[in-house]
Design a protein around this ligand. Sequence first.
Ligand SMILES: *[C@@H]1O[C@H](CO)[C@@H](O)[C@H](O)[C@H]1NC(C)=O
Ligand SMILES: *[C@@H]1O[C@H](CO)[C@@H](O)[C@H](O)[C@H]1NC(C)=O
Ligand SMILES: *[C@@H]1O[C@H](CO)[C@@H](O)[C@H](O)[C@H]1NC(C)=O
Length: 969
Amino acid sequence: MALCSFERLLVSFLVLVVVCAKAGLGTTVGCVERERQALLRFKHGLVDDYGILSSWDTRDCCQWRGVQCSNQSGHIILLHLPAHWSENTDDYQSLRGEISPSLLELEHLTHLDLSFNDFGRRPIPPFLASLTKIQHLSLSNANFSGRLPSQLGNLSNLLSLDLNLNFNLHSGNLEWLSHLTSLRHLDLNFVDLSKAIHWSQAINKLPSLIHLNLQYCSLPPLTTPSLSPVNSSAPLAFLDLHFNDLTSSIFPWLFNFATTLVHLDLSWNDHLNGSIPDAFGNMISLTYLDISHNQLQGSIPDIFGNMASLERLDLSVNKLKGEIPKSLSNLCRLQGLSLSHNNLSGQLPQDLLACANDTLEILYLSGNQLTGSVPDLTGFSSLQALELDQNQINGTLPTSIGQLTKLQVLDIGSNSLQGAISEAHLHHLSQLYYLDLSSNSLTFNMSSEWVPPFQLNSLILTSCQLGPRFPSWLRTQKQLESLDISNSNISDVIPGWFWNLTSRIQAFNISNNQITGTLPNVSSKFDHSIYIDMSSNYLEGSIPQLPSNLAWLDLSNNKFSGSITLLCTVANSYLVYLDLSNNLLSGELANCWPQWKRLTVLNLENNQFSGKIPKSFGSLQSIQTLHLRNNNLIGELPSSLKKCKSLRFIDLAKNRFSGKIPTWIGRNLPNLMVLNLQSNKFSGSISLEICQLKKIQILDLSSNNMSGTIPRCLSNFTGMTKNGTLTLTVAYSYSFYNSFMSFSPKSYDDRELVKWKGREFEFKNTLGLVKCIDFSSNKLTGEIPKEVTDLLKLVSLNFSRNNLTGLIPTTIGQLKSLEVLDLSQNQLIGEIPSSLSEIDRLSNLDLSNNNLSGKIPRGTQLQSFNASAYEGNPTLCGLPLLKKCLEDKAEGAPNASSYEDDIQQDGNDMWFYVSIALGFIVGFWGVCGTLLLNNSWRYAYFRFLNKIKDWLYVTTTINMARLRRSLQS
Ligand SMILES: *[C@@H]1O[C@H](CO)[C@@H](O)[C@H](O)[C@H]1NC(C)=O
Ligand SMILES: *[C@@H]1O[C@H](CO)[C@@H](O)[C@H](O)[C@H]1NC(C)=O
Ligand SMILES: *[C@@H]1O[C@H](CO)[C@@H](O)[C@H](O)[C@H]1NC(C)=O
């Protein structure tokens, strides 16, 4: 019995062994133990935070996640473990760690995908090159770094290789590539190939290559040897070379693929210049051609009309000129055409693209010098986006536009269109979300009952005639994110219903109208508002509670009154711009300054603010421009201001500030360019520290109680010795995540009133050219230091109405840029230096009421000034004074010609304009900021963004996840 049961046990054991053996070695299921062990060692090298490999513990490794075995041999042929995005954790569920050499046991592997995992900036292991059966290898976005192992050239069976999105890989030489004779698909985006000067030869040797992605590789221009027509055996159909350093030496190489290429992207190669070769006309298979964002010159070749397969053509943001070739109307399959931001001119052809009437979806011609009228687009039934803005298109807008039922974007702003916009123009545009008709001479002519068919995100109607009533059809627009109805002749109150439409608005501009009434509490009306401009209206009452997330607020030039304490509800660190100037505001400067860490421009001038500058002003650590002119402010300047080291522009004129001019101004504000303390009660002497303001261009201490002498160290003001313009670049920091299309960037020009030839002029764009010193109307004593004549670019010098003694420096003639010189009402003695007559530009001179003596230098323009310039100097003689000098009693009557008119004329001519740009820096995306700055780059940029948004999104999220993990560990 015992034996019997033992036998039975033995039998069942043997059966079990047989079954197991069958499972292991059978033809349908199986897992080679050696390979199973290899996978376990591979797993051991990894950190599996998400349990991705939790199934990797059973006997049959062919059932494990991401593993596939051959039906025939049971060998592992596929290892597919890309990280997946998880909606739940908002993160990539990725493996990390290192790749174990145990993978080499998987000799039969044909497919290896480890993309989107995190290999911690390790190099790509060269041993992968021993997996010689591999056909598909994807290691994209897996955080590999270092040099690409040239051993990969051993993978002679490779069909596709994807190393995209590893930001720290580089390769100095692509010679190894040429061994991959089976390769059909190659993606090396973001691999630094700047040293791989022979990259094109390597590509030439790949007889199977169809698809090649080399974006963002810093590819160098082709060198001369490769220019010679090296025939390429690659049958390339898809070639993407955007964002590299290529020049037009790439063109001959490209024409190797003339008959095979279907998709070609050469955009964003900054140095790609010269004209577009005619040989493009031979690329008859091309459906997609993007050469935008380069420096291409010359005209668009007629031969482009031969590329009959073209569906997308983008030549935008180049320097192309001439007319749009008529031949483009042969392109019957065209879906998208962008020629924006070139110098194209000539009439917009009426039959442009007539043959693509069924297919055309996108037509961008913005930012050229095109003339003529808007073409009749009847029948362009697929058109989704029409951008003709920033041209010189005239005439009226055809009502046929209203039939384009698929139209989503219509931008014809900044042209010379006239006439009325009626309901018919917008009749069937139910898909429209972006409408810009700004800066034309268009009049809106809608009935008050009109209900538009669309819901707009963006409505830009600057300088359209919308008023006088507030447009009632706006009431229907509940999706608005950007609204600009500035300068549109609205003289009305803001209707109550309007505040129910603003909750999504991010940018809001109703400036330059005649809008009256008061503002309600709008803090809860704008959920997303970051930019508000209501300047130059007749708004009154107190400033209400405002949205707390504002970044930019301009309420200047209204009739707001009362205190500004409610402003403190703008409690975010993104406020960069606050302009409340030219209102009737009063009370003390409320104490909410510490919360505005990024405030860069503060303008409160021309109000009735009183009290002292609060100490907390010192916490405005980003402030660059401070305008407090013409208020009732008193007291000394708080020393906390010395912490505001970015200050470049201080205007405190026309208040009642007192005390000494603080020495920390010179010591702590090295960037100061404008300091205007005019018409206050400052006293004491001018300290030597002020000479440390090397960048100062305008220094006005006039009409105070300053005493003592003028410091000789004035010659340290190198800002006044050199050409160079005062520029004010304001960083506009705030984050936004959606609707890029709807935000119109704003610019800011700093401005300053400068006393000029006896009057105050506002200088704005030309401010940088004004370099002046005004110490007039004080009690200064001593001599005029001759060092002041070292300030060679000085344009205006005013020391009048002091008690200055001594001589006018004989070197005064060095100040060749001087236009205004006023030394009147002092006790200066001696003769007028003859060098003064060498200043050709001098158009306003006043030396009156001194003790100057001798003869006014003769035979020069000094005679051309009015006699009043010299009066009150008892012993001064000669023309234009009537008093003759002893030696020339014989002279005739003075020729006091009327120069007054010329001077007047000159004063008006001061309005020459130079642009002072305002830079925006948007959150951590510095690049977005600089691009947003320039309106003309906006759309191009958005398209660019569309192109890259996927990888940007992917990489920022994955890198954030990495960062988070490294912080946790
Ligand atoms: C489009 O153009 C073709 C040829 O120019 C013309 O025959 C056709 O009628 C047009 N289609 C429409 C919808 O206008
Ligand atoms: C448009 O401008 C052209 C000159 O560029 C002029 O000849 C033409 O008359 C203008 N058309 C209209 C409708 O104003
Ligand atoms: C604005 O919306 C609120 C809440 O939805 C509603 O009660 C109010 O009547 C609306 N006001 C106007 C003027 O439409």
